[in-house]
Design a protein around this ligand. Structure first.
Ligand SMILES: *[C@@H]1O[C@H](CO)[C@@H](O)[C@H](O)[C@H]1NC(C)=O
Ligand SMILES: *[C@@H]1O[C@H](CO)[C@@H](O)[C@H](O)[C@H]1NC(C)=O
Ligand SMILES: *[C@@H]1O[C@H](CO)[C@@H](O)[C@H](O)[C@H]1NC(C)=O
Length: 480
């Protein structure tokens, strides 16, 4: 293979420049991923491994294209990228060195690495190549991993027998628009010379120079509220904490933003994945299913999940007569009434009452309940001491109970008592028939469903996805 490509081994030539650049950027926790297209010889790889400083180790990956780049090559590439990404996830910070002279290989790498999320901004990418700059220029600008990520391209120029490496970085935003800037040169004699102005790995997003950045968002108070729908004549007006955060960021980084219209939360995320929009400024909980799709970098807000229920109805009116006293008190009063009625009747039976007004059961009931309602006793002559004591005791009893009842009744009518409500998730899943969540809740439903906790499992079973929070609340009120 080396013979086919002449007697030059690009990686062998690059060992000096690569080690010089790495020495410049490596931190005590850096590891290096070396990715080649299979044209580098084992001795060249060994030479680089000897010379580069990578305190946390070097991973070497080869993705060898077979008869041009077809689907099977792409699949193999994806596997290599998947392994390399695993290494990146296990490392503190990573420098990826990509070595190839084959534009088709580089294009495929760019697409597969983007889909496989090999790079995040903290990952530095060094592309080592000898492809002519004119050929590279257009394609670097059109590939996200080279234009927008933290990438530097090293191009080998042979000046006679002398090597010279030029290093470039693509700046997507500058006063003159997107451009490729020269950041450094390296020659064996002079070593690494970093040009002033940009630094070796320029920061690309400190200043957008007034560019328009697409964002996606849907109403999600209090984070994002729409005050005025966008129309042909106006970009719309928004509010909310995340909107204010975006506005402050836009001012600091000198960009304006446009809200790309979307219908669902899935679209909100998809537009960002497609890079039609660069960000969705609404906070996004970390869920295992989302880790399959997104890299999470920084937590700026802790959000809790809360539930709301329809306010329960008050008890029907007739029941509020019963409410003021507890069950035990009512039972006690009932028992006392029965006892007192029996006692009165037996007094009647012993003939102590005046014969003119025989005390029937009806009359006795009247006497007993009359006192509760604040009526005085009928003018019955109670001759015996026993009868007077009995009636006296009843008077006191009915006064106390009657006053207590009237007081409690007034209080309970003024301050109605609502039935107790669920305050925790465990209580909620016991009483709720149905729990609704807007469209983004689908991921929560499946997440809760996978939990070992019976409470979360039950929550997942009860959850239904509806179009919006308001729709869910409307359904809760209707179902009450
Ligand atoms: C490669 O994959 C694409 C989409 O997955 C398919 O349309 C195409 O036919 C495949 N090509 C070959 C040569 O298998
Ligand atoms: C913001 O961008 C505009 C347009 O390119 C430019 O004129 C201005 O100087 C920039 N502001 C800052 C603070 O860099
Ligand atoms: C931003 O959105 C507009 C319209 O929604 C679209 O035409 C444009 O291509 C988008 N910009 C980028 C960089 O994708």
């Amino acid at each position: 293979m080396e013979a086919e490509r002449g007697d030059r081994d690009l990686l062998e030539d690059a060992s000096g420049v690569v080690s010089a650049v790495l020495a410049e950027v490596v931190q005590p926790t850096t590891s290096v991923i070396l990715l080649t297209d299979g044209t580098s010889s084992a001795s060249a790889i060994a030479k680089v491994l000897r010379r580069v400083a990578a305190p946390y180790g070097v991973g070497v990956f080869q993705a060898v294209p077979e008869n041009g780049i077809g689907n099977s090559t792409r699949d193999r590439f994806s596997e290599v990228i998947r392994q390399a990404r695993k290494e990146r996830l296990m490392s503190w910070n990573v420098c990826v060195v990509l070595v190839s002279e084959d534009p088709a290989f580089l294009t495929t790498f760019a697409d597969v690495a983007l889909r496989g999320r090999l790079l995040v901004w903290a990952t530095k990418l060094l592309l080592v190549t000898s492809v002519a700059l004119q050929e590279l220029r257009a394609f670097l600008g059109s590939r996200w991993v080279f234009s927008m990520m933290n990438a530097v391209v090293m191009v080998l120029q042979m000046e006679g027998l002398l090597q010279k490496w030029d290093m470039y970085s693509h700046l997507p935003y500058s006063p003159a628009g997107p451009q490729l800037v020269s950041v450094a040169t390296w020659t064996p004699a002079e070593g690494l010379r970093i040009k002033s102005g940009h630094g070796l790995f320029p920061e690309k997003f400190w200043n957008f120079y007034g560019a328009t950045v697409n964002v996606t968002a849907l109403p999600f108070p209090p984070y994002w509220s729409v005050l005025e729908e966008p129309s042909a004549s106006s970009p719309g007006r928004y509010s909310g904490t995340d909107f204010l955060l975006l506005e402050a960021t836009a001012e600091a980084l000198n960009f304006t933003f446009r809200v790309v219209p979307t219908e669902t939360w899935t679209e909100v995320a998809d537009r960002v994945v497609e890079r039609v929009a660069f960000l969705s400024p609404i906070f996004h909980n970390v869920l295992p299913a989302r880790l399959e799709r997104y890299e999470f970098s920084f937590v700026y807000e802790f959000g809790s999940l809360d539930f709301s229920r329809a306010k329960p109805d008050l008890q029907p009116q007739w029941q509020s007569l019963y409410y003021p006293l507890s069950h035990a008190v009512w039972l006690g009063v009932l028992a006392t009434v029965v006892v007192i009625l029996r006692a009165m009747r037996s007094r009647d039976a012993t003939g102590h009452a005046p014969p003119t007004s025989p005390l029937t059961l009806g009359k006795a009931l009247q006497e007993v309940f009359g006192l509760f309602l604040g009526q005085n006793l009928s003018r019955v002559f109670y001759s015996s001491v026993r009868a007077r004591v009995l009636v006296g005791a009843w008077l006191v009893f009915s006064l106390v109970v009657g006053t207590a009842y009237r007081g409690n009744l007034t209080a309970s009518l003024t301050l109605p008592v609502y039935p107790s409500r669920p305050e925790t998730l465990a209580q909620l899943v016991l009483v709720a028939d149905r729990i609704t969540m807007p469209s983004y809740g689908a991921e929560f439903k499946s997440f809760f469903g996978k939990s070992d906790s019976p409470v979360f499992k039950r929550l997942s079973e009860l959850m239904h996805i509806v179009s919006s929070v308001e729709e869910g609340q409307r359904q809760a009120i209707l179902a009450k």
